[in-house]
Design a protein around this ligand. Structure first.
Ligand SMILES: [Fe+2]
Ligand SMILES: [Fe+2]
Length: 444
């Protein structure tokens, strides 16, 4: 029976990812729904009902705990937690229509604050019951926060391994697993409540090429959220996120010895520079699946606003907006990632360095929007204030990127101070390194 339930859970999880990506009209979703319903029927043919419960952040059924599926079910478990329920019962007479409506219920964020029973009834779901076990007391809220943090961590490491295997397949077997790429993009979208500074801390992963994969994920995360800030809709942002995932795919062809840095010969430097053209060349073969944006971004992400950069252009031309957007995210992440090495660049210095390229390397308007979105100190940065207190940036003021909202973390009051408020004389002196003196004040 355990295997049957596992099969159902795997199908259920894939089905949920597909409905998130394509909606309920898409044939891929309907195919997955059919398989999910079949596997649920297989479980229900042996028992009257299927009870699933969330215990300590894991899905369980009776005495069975599905540890092996934990990573795969993260998004689903996260969804259950955010909707506040911990027990699901599928009765024997559940129909396929009810199962489909249940997926739509999971997608519907408006229903999060409403009465669950009413929401299910409104959708004609009678044979799937949900129970809230936990009342969200202050203790409960604390538990919820901790488990969501763990979820984000799990989502990130899941994305790194999924991305590395899918890109490996793409290069070696010339095959594209869109479900895997789609789930990576979804995972990054799920991290929406978190900030780049926190995601950055997750990217200290080890292993061959891991830095490249973490960089691809971070750039994709930034590009998606920046594009949403600019006014792109969800599906456009997903498309931008997907294209960004491949911007450095050409680097995976280049020897890791060269990419590790150190002093490069002219020839090695030329080899690195070839990654944009090489990447575009690979991606052109998969335009039918990955879309046209991916090769365009791979080709143009090192070209500058004034037509400098590489590959060399024969004539000056306007770059694609998404390439210019990705180029900002790319440079920002490359400078931030150096924190893991000897040369650490705090946010204030990254801003200074990048500002030198405003109007030459970067489109000036897009540059300004990017730093309005990020702030000179992005949300999550631990900072030292001019009155000696230590704070964590929790919100930006778009009319002054140097005066964000800061939560005081060096004192028990945890008061939030708006540095842009009239009459405030307190300023940010500098950021504190999250791996050293700022470590104790980081959320992650
Ligand atoms: Fe690149
Ligand atoms: Fe890059």
């Amino acid at each position: 029976m355990k295997q049957k339930i596992e099969k159902f859970l795997k199908n259920f999880s894939s089905c949920f990812q597909l409905v998130q990506m394509y909606g309920c009209q898409h044939p891929e979703f309907n195919k997955a729904l059919f398989e999910t319903y079949q596997s649920l029927q297989a479980v229900l043919s042996g028992q009257r009902e299927l009870n699933l419960a969330l215990v300590g952040g894991e899905l369980t059924s009776g005495d069975d705990i599905f540890f092996d599926l934990s990573k795969r079910l993260t998004i689903l478990i996260n969804k259950f937690i955010s909707k506040g329920f911990e027990k699901i019962t599928f009765s024997g007479s559940v129909s396929r229509e009810e199962l489909k409506n249940f997926f739509l219920f999971l997608l519907d964020s408006d229903s999060e604050n409403n009465n669950i029973e009413d929401c299910l009834k409104d959708r004609g779901i009678q044979n799937i019951q949900l129970n809230k076990i936990r009342e969200f007391s202050s203790q409960g809220d604390k538990q919820k926060k901790i488990s969501q943090k763990d979820m984000v961590k799990a989502l990130y490491s899941q994305s790194v391994s999924s991305l590395s295997s899918s890109l490996g397949d793409l290069i070696q077997d010339q095959s594209v697993d869109m479900t895997k790429f789609g789930s990576v993009v979804n995972n990054l979208m799920e991290g929406v409540g978190y900030h780049y500074q926190e995601i950055l801390k997750l990217s200290k992963i080890k292993g061959k090429d891991a830095i490249t994969f973490a960089h691809l994920l971070n750039v994709s995360f930034l590009a998606m959220h920046f594009s949403k800030y600019l006014g792109f809709n969800n599906s456009e942002s997903r498309e931008i996120g997907l294209a960004s995932l491949f911007h450095d795919i050409g680097k995976l062809y280049i020897s890791s010895k060269i990419l590790k840095g150190g002093k490069l010969t002219d020839e090695e430097f030329q080899q690195i520079k070839s990654h944009s053209l090489l990447g575009a060349d690979i991606l052109l073969k998969f335009v039918d699946k990955l879309g046209e944006l991916a090769p365009v971004v791979a080709l143009e992400h090192h070209l500058k606003f004034d037509s400098g950069g590489y590959p060399k252009l024969r004539f000056r031309r306007q770059l694609h907006l998404v390439s210019m957007l990705v180029s900002l995210c790319d440079v920002y992440d490359a400078l931030s990632q150096r924190r893991s090495y000897k040369n650490s660049f705090p946010p204030e210095q990254i801003y200074k360095i990048m500002k030198e390229g405003r109007g030459t390397q970067f489109h000036p308007g897009l540059f300004d929007s990017f730093f309005k979105f990020m702030g000179a100190w992005p949300n999550g940065t631990v900072v030292l204030l001019s009155d000696g207190k230590i704070g964590r940036v929790v919100g930006q003021n778009f009319d002054n990127i140097f005066a964000p909202k800061v939560e005081i973390v060096s004192e028990p009051s945890e008061e939030v101070v708006d540095l842009n408020k009239n009459g405030t004389t307190v300023k940010i002196e500098k950021s504190l390194n999250p791996y050293k003196e700022g470590k104790d004040y980081c959320k992650f």
